[in-house]
Design a protein around this ligand. Sequence first.
Ligand code: KG4
Ligand code: ZN
Length: 346
Amino acid sequence: MKILALESSCDETATAILEFDEQHNATVLAECVYTQAKEHFDYGGVVPEIASRAHLEKFDQLIAKTVKDANIQYSDLDAIAATTGPGLLGGLLIGTMYGKSLALSLDIPFIPVNHLEGHALTANLTNKVEFPYLLLLASGGHCQFIEVKDFGEYEIIGGTIDDAVGEAFDKVAKMLKLTFPGGPKLEKLALGGNPNAYKFPEPLKHKGLDFSFSGLKTSVRTEILKHEELTEQHRKDIAASFQQTVVNLVIHKVKKALKETNMKRFVLAGGVAANTMLRAELETFCKKNNTELTLPAIKWATDNAVMIGYAGGIRYFDKSCNKESENLEAKPTPRWPLANLKKVEL
Ligand code: KG4
Ligand code: ZN
């Protein structure tokens, strides 16, 4: 079974073709990702209207290249999957319409995919991590602790009451005059700084599994405003201290989540998984605590279409779904919680 997948929920335009065998194991035949960095650069963040136009402009060439790289014909495809939510409405509309049109013209099923389910299942595809596992999805747009119990069975056990982790990195980076997306630039700046120079608060540390970053951001802003002229060393020290605070907080919550769920496997996903300090401290922590840690390659941890193809393929095999009658009705859904998904019957 060969499936072409489209992802356009935020600022990555991505395509992939996966092949499934009868045991539902998948192989990636080809993939393309176009990251809209220059389109949004001047605005310091993702502009939804610009994002959807860029998806529309890119899909044709990306799909053609992916089909060519996979060395197949369009007629070899058995299904088309696209992210139909959650995400920015304009981008979801482009992907959904594109996917449905292709499926109709090839007379094959269209599979609507929940973007978060894509993230949740990636480790099962790329690293063969077995269910159940605990996942922390930490990107610019998402911040969730998810118990991944089986295909289609997810429990959200924590989230954020304000910013996502990556978003907090980006906002503090902006305060330090770094350009968007600031997370990786803040990490670089922190290299020359003292992580113990400032003692920033760790919001909600002892309260459940939710995160909050507004108090921490305010504290960083207050520190910056104290200095009439911020020297290079001040900037580095603030970056390093902020990063250390976030890493401490994440490790603390991971420890708590593992304890509460009794899970022995932990997976980190989302753009923040690129943070070297967080990766290193998680490795140390998991080794000490006898927890199997999976840190997928960054290209699988951030937005991509391979994860949409995998979730879509699994849904294609779902015996409880009547693809012909149900799926062309699917609408772009900007808010679509994982908990609303149906368990897959393979
Ligand atoms: O998953 P992703 O590419 O896109 C979504 O937000 O969905 O994640 C991007 C986020 C941005 O907020 C970016 O600043 C953050 O991940 N990020 C990092 C690092 N690399 C990317 N945050 C901290 N340290 C990094 N090295
Ligand atoms: Zn995502």
